[in-house]
Write a protein that binds this ligand. Structure first.
Ligand code: CTP
Length: 404
């Protein structure tokens, strides 16, 4: 028999909290397991006892409760959920989520979870329309949070308009839609590298490159959406971190290699980072000043090739190792040669010729080079490239090893 879906319900301090009791009842009727977190505001609206009675589970309230931490730490609470639902979500709670606060159990769990998050806002019509709330909702949507938008009608405050929490039956429908999404990479561990590396020259200067981390971060997110347990090892990047199981921030190629080794064994490795090929041989401990003499010359030495090392690992080689190649000229031939040289399974070759805006831009024209074929994909957004690659990876892992 299939395991019952595990729902973590966060009830915050809106008057609509009474409807959450009905939501719990309906979810239980459908065979779901419902754990709940009641915020301080939420407990002004419904009692922990009513939630516990309807859910048949303990209700969690405090971040630092010794009993909770010994029975079930907040990280496990975050992990042991197939979907996290915030209903009702007040304007204040949305603002705290959008800022990434972690000052109570509910916000901490939301930062720690890799499960999809569904939010059902409930507030006064003016508060819902306020530019600050609009901004917070837009930011949360771009972070991948899903919304069941409030309905219109008479509000508890006496006003009329949008702000009323969606009906429990509609929230149940939205939860079922989220749960129905296939997770072909469930139980698969993935390592993704992303961003540039910075190679120090002296305490303030470094050699770097223009990689934004957009493509690598999008791949990590696309794999995680399909259920993979992702470790993202990233160089310095302004991209918001995607919801992955483990995020390791590094600066240099050596640090990136060490973090990748630590992440092994994994089933998949996708090396999307723009790793510096060289580093300065003797990094100065003192900042060089213009008065110190003529312009400096730097002796460089090679950095480790992380992709090649992962692909050629004698023990613990991931089943599928995917590299990237930024090429001009005969893109496919060069990428084919690179695939063989590095001994990775696939190469995603970026065409960076001409007026390409690959570095820092949102779109990418790529070729997927496998041992059998070279496919040219149409010009796609980096998110679309990530989704397509994640689909292909899921298909490849579903095949027997000798068919790849
Ligand atoms: N890579 C790596 N470690 C390095 C250098 C590159 O893991 N020290 C990985 C990148 O993440 C990418 C692929 O190798 O997956 C790119 O290969 P690379 O040989 O660096 O190619 P380019 O930089 O595209 O070009 P070149 O052919 O000039 O080396």
């Amino acid at each position: 028999m299939a395991e019952p879906p595990r729902i973590l319900l966060i009830v915050t301090g809106g008057i609509a909290a009474y409807k959450s009791l009905d939501l719990v009842r309906r979810l239980r009727e459908r065979g779901a397991r419902v754990r709940s977190i009641l915020t301080r505001g939420g407990s002004e609206m419904v009692t922990p006892l009513s939630l516990a009675a309807l859910s048949g589970e303990k209700v969690y309230q405090e971040l630092f409760s010794l009993t909770d931490e010994s029975e079930m730490g907040h990280i496990r609470l975050a992990r042991d959920a197939d979907v996290v639902v915030v209903a009702p979500a007040t304007a204040d709670f949305l603002a705290r989520m959008a800022t990434g606060l972690a000052d109570d159990l509910a916000t901490t769990v939301l930062l720690a979870t890799t499960a999809p998050v569904l939010v059902a806002p409930a507030m006064n019509v003016q508060m819902w329309a306020h530019p600050a709330t609009r901004r917070n909702v837009a930011r949360l949507r771009s972070d991948g949070i899903r919304f069941v938008d409030p309905g219109s009608g008479d509000l508890a405050c006496g006003e009329e308009g949008p702000g009323r929490m969606a009906e429990p039956i509609d929230i149940v429908g939205a939860i079922e839609t989220v749960l129905a999404q296939p997770k072909p990479l469930h139980n698969v561990r993935a390592l993704v590298t992303s961003g540039p590396t910075f190679e120090p020259i002296d305490p303030v200067r470094y050699f770097g490159n223009r990689s934004s981390g957009k493509q690598g971060h999008a791949i990590a997110a696309a794999l995680a959406r399909r259920g993979a347990e992702v470790t993202l090892v990233t160089g310095p990047s302004a991209q918001p971190p995607p919801p992955v199981a483990t995020l390791t921030e590094v600066e240099t190629a050596e640090e990136m290699l060490a973090a990748c080794r630590q992440a092994l064994p994994t089933d998949i490795a996708v090396c999307a980072a723009a790793v510096a090929d060289w580093k300065v041989k003797a990094v100065r401990t003192q900042k060089l000043s213009r008065c110190d003499g003529p312009p400096p010359r730097y002796e460089m030495e090679e950095n480790p090739d992380i992709l090649a090392q992962l692909a050629q690992a004698a023990a613990g080689r991931p089943r599928l190792v995917v590299g990237f190649a930024a090429e001009t000229g005969d893109v496919v031939d060069r990428a084919r040669a690179k695939r063989e040289r590095k001994q990775c399974d696939w190469i995603v070759a970026n065409d960076v010729s001409g007026a390409s805006d690959v570095f820092g831009g949102d779109a990418n024209t790529v070729h997927l080079i496998t041992p059998e074929a070279a496919e040219t994909w149409p010009r796609l957004s980096k998110d679309e490239v990530a989704d397509r690659l994640a689909e292909r990876i899921a298909d490849a892992l579903a095949e027997p090893a000798d068919a790849r």
